[in-house]
Ligand binder design. Sequence first.
Ligand SMILES: [Zn+2]
Ligand SMILES: [Zn+2]
Length: 126
Amino acid sequence: MGVIRKTKAVSTVLSIFENKNEAKSVVSLIELVKGEMNKTTVYRILDRLEQDGIIHSFNGKDGLKWYAKCEGCSAHKHSDKHPHFQCTECDKVECLSLEVKIPALKNHKVDSTDILLMGQCETCCS
Ligand SMILES: [Zn+2]
Ligand SMILES: [Zn+2]
């Protein structure tokens, strides 16, 4: 798995992402591992995992950074352009396995997209 050294701290953070369809905010990640590592370590691990194409990040509705596991990405080919869904009731965030067509912009080069759909999730709808 890339250049990252698999320390205990890295394994701990990675195990949180095992449930790959659910994203975690940086705040909840820090909360989940507190006692095991400090904030700075969490940020550093997340950065490295993202560079390695293991996880991806996006901005949630509250301006917080969210992280989720990537599927089929590597450090060289990072192509996770799917939208995300955030539930306004329970705050759960899901990765949507949909492809979003990015419009071609004249004289512009698009490097990344950040599409966040908001509403009620399956659990909160029923
Ligand atoms: Zn919900
Ligand atoms: Zn995602």
